[in-house]
Write a protein that binds this ligand. Structure first.
Ligand SMILES: *[C@@H]1O[C@H](CO)[C@@H](O)[C@H](O)[C@H]1NC(C)=O
Ligand SMILES: *[C@@H]1O[C@H](CO)[C@@H](O)[C@H](O)[C@H]1NC(C)=O
Ligand SMILES: *[C@@H]1O[C@H](CO)[C@@H](O)[C@H](O)[C@H]1NC(C)=O
Ligand SMILES: *[C@@H]1O[C@H](CO)[C@@H](O)[C@H](O)[C@H]1NC(C)=O
Ligand SMILES: *[C@@H]1O[C@H](CO)[C@@H](O)[C@H](O)[C@H]1NC(C)=O
Length: 434
């Protein structure tokens, strides 16, 4: 029951960052079309994410989540040691070993004005949107009781806990090029703890539908933070979302066309909000695996995981229906077409689609079976090692389009680690082809 309650609390508080702005956020949600309806277990219908229960019990649920979070974190060293024994963490890099890249040319002498001339060290602020994958939910979980603890500081897009030596993440790489980098999660907390989560706003259970809300929260946090100079600073926002849309939303909508229209509308609105309110922004949009690859992942999963995956991805069994399968393909293409739209491209704004997950089951597999060390104990989230490998893969892809094959050699966080060089000093601002 406790677990169930936690699960419930995770879903009910998704994308709702701060109890102090409940009224404001309720209004925002209303504007975005999310419904306030009474909660029942049977009543899983379109948009049932923000409920009366949420309005009334939000604080209680938040406290319950935070209580679990804080209790587990008091045992952090022990939890870490267990994960290390199981091979689910990267091997620490010795202090005598140097970072693979030369850092000296990594930051421009003067702050660039063109997005196409950004070096890694020119990024001043990082931020992240996403679901449990990047709130770090479950990364180090050992069982059902701590399954919903957020290890946000290890998330490959928005975490900056420790350093690259023990936790390879995108912010931990960028930090080396710009020690003043700001905005990554400095520890493991819920989004609501602003001083820890900073601009890593990812929340478990989040959908594309919730992105405009995340954009509002980010803009508010930027505006109210004295460390952010919204006009001058170069900002990098990394987004990974869509797993919940494919796994639990799509197949529960009676009308898939309506679903896709809603998704397109929300995604477009998100980018519009960001374009209108956040100058000097480079967006990494990590595109989810194609539906064929998603089904591949379930097939290649170790047998004890396949069942859990079906629980978390309850749509996957329904993909033998041609209509749903086609809708999943269309979902991918609508994301790509919105992200590459010319209206979201200017001298100081770009959305770069990253196809690093196109062949991701290959990356995790040996002899056709996915290796459990890349996954958390719950079989659905990545382990810290998995996040480290993804951080490297994304970093490489930010410099140069990747080899989509993702060979086994890439499974080591520091193998095939690319560096900016005099021929290619800038971050890529044109997205991947699919
Ligand atoms: C919430 O907003 C409505 C509409 O602006 C307002 O009437 C109401 O008093 C607000 N409630 C709280 C608790 O601030
Ligand atoms: C939810 O339930 C309460 C109490 O049963 C009722 O007063 C309220 O009108 C309901 N809200 C909706 C949106 O149905
Ligand atoms: C969570 O608990 C910690 C430690 O007790 C506290 O500092 C923090 O403010 C709490 N966060 C929330 C959102 O309640
Ligand atoms: C967060 O940081 C600010 C500025 O350093 C400080 O004033 C505030 O008390 C902190 N809040 C919490 C909950 O620690
Ligand atoms: C994924 O990798 C496999 C094995 O290397 C390869 O055969 C396949 O073509 C790749 N898929 C894509 C989409 O590149």
């Amino acid at each position: 029951m406790f677990v169930l309650l936690l699960f419930l609390s995770v879903s009910l508080t998704s994308a709702r960052p701060d109890p102090a702005i409940v009224n404001q956020s309720t209004q925002l949600l209303r504007r975005h079309g999310a419904k306030g309806v009474n909660f029942t277990f049977l009543n899983f219908e379109n948009g049932l994410y923000y409920t009366e229960l949420d309005t009334n019990l939000r604080d209680v649920l938040l406290q319950l989540r935070n209580f679990t979070q804080q209790s587990v974190l008091t045992q952090f060293d022990w939890v870490r040691a267990r994960n290390m024994e199981e091979g689910r963490m990267q091997q620490p890099v010795l202090n005598s070993d140097r970072f693979p890249c030369d850092l000296s040319e990594g930051r421009s002498a003067e702050r660039p004005t063109l997005i196409s001339q950004l070096r890694p060290g020119d990024i001043d602020i990082v931020a992240a949107f996403g679901d449990s994958g990047n709130s770090g939910t479950g990364i180090m979980s050992l069982g059902p009781l701590d399954a919903y603890v957020d290890y946000r500081g290890y998330s490959y897009l928005g975490g900056g806990f420790e350093t690259w030596r023990t936790a390879l993440t995108l912010p931990n790489i960028l930090k080396l090029y710009n020690p003043q980098l700001y905005g990554y999660a400095v520890g493991h907390s819920l989004t609501a703890d602003k001083n820890v989560s900073c601009f890593n706003l990812a929340e478990a259970m989040l959908n594309v539908q919730d992105l405009p809300f995340q954009a509002h929260v980010l803009i508010e946090r930027f505006r109210s933070d004295p460390k952010v100079n919204i006009r001058q600073h170069w900002k990098m926002l990394s987004i990974q979302v869509g797993a919940n849309d494919l796994c639990s939303e799509l197949c529960n909508w009676p009308d898939t066309d309506a679903f896709l229209r809603m998704e397109a509308h929300q995604l477009h609105k998100t980018f519009r909000l960001l374009k209108d309110n956040v100058p000097r922004l480079l967006i990494n949009y990590i595109v989810l695996p194609d539906i064929d690859e998603l089904l591949n992942m379930v097939r290649k999963a170790p047998s004890h995981c396949a069942q859990r995956m079906s629980f978390f991805c309850n749509c996957h069994i329904k993909y033998d229906q041609q209509m749903l399968y086609n809708a999943a393909k269309r979902f991918l293409h609508l994301q790509l077409s919105i992200a590459s739209s010319p209206e979201f491209r200017s001298d100081d704004f770009a959305i770069v689609t990253h196809g690093i997950l196109r062949n991701v089951s290959n990356l995790w597999s040996e002899n056709g079976i996915m290796q459990k060390r890349f996954f958390a104990n719950d079989c659905v989230h990545y382990s810290q090692l998995g996040h480290a490998v993804l951080a490297k893969t994304l970093w490489n892809n930010m410099l140069k389009p990747n080899n989509v094959q993702l060979p086994e050699a890439w499974q080591q966080p520091f193998n095939n680690f690319l560096c900016p060089n005099p021929n290619r000093p800038f971050l890529r601002t044109v997205g991947d082809q699919f």
